[in-house]
Ligand binder design. Structure first.
Ligand code: HEC
Length: 95
């Protein structure tokens, strides 16, 4: 894996205006609108994570079935393909 991609992904995760951390917790920090993402790469597959980002309403996380439409926006509308691939590289480090 390319670490500098993961680093850029981490910056987007924490600092972008549509930052993941506004809705997700990581290492005890962030918000609990969505599920905590600690260990997400061990619990799920890269394909699942990709779908969660691109089509959040298609795969609803366990425990969030009360949402028929995910509160999470489709990230393909917000981030460039390069940014998305950086974010996915970062998510893959969350083992
Ligand atoms: C507006 C709030 C919001 C934002 C911003 C947001 N999410 Fe989410 N996310 C959610 C909610 C709520 C869920 C649970 C429902 C679902 O599966 O879509 C979720 C689910 C997920 C899941 C599936 C988790 C699981 O345990 O199955 C992943 C992975 C994820 N988000 C990653 C991200 C990443 C990466 C970002 C930043 C690019 C992000 N989210 C930004 C609200 C948000």
């Amino acid at each position: 894996m390319n670490l500098s991609h993961a680093k850029r992904g981490q910056q987007l995760f924490l600092k972008h205006p549509a930052a993941c951390i506004l809705c997700h917790a990581l290492n005890g920090q962030g918000s609990n609108v969505g599920p905590a993402l600690d260990g997400i790469a061990s619990r799920t597959t890269p394909a699942y994570i990709h779908e969660s980002l691109m089509e959040p309403s298609k795969v609803i996380a366990k425990g969030y079935e009360q949402f028929s439409v995910s509160p999470m926006p489709p990230m393909g509308d917000i981030f460039s393909p390069q940014e998305l691939s950086d974010i996915e590289a970062f998510i893959q480090t969350l083992k």
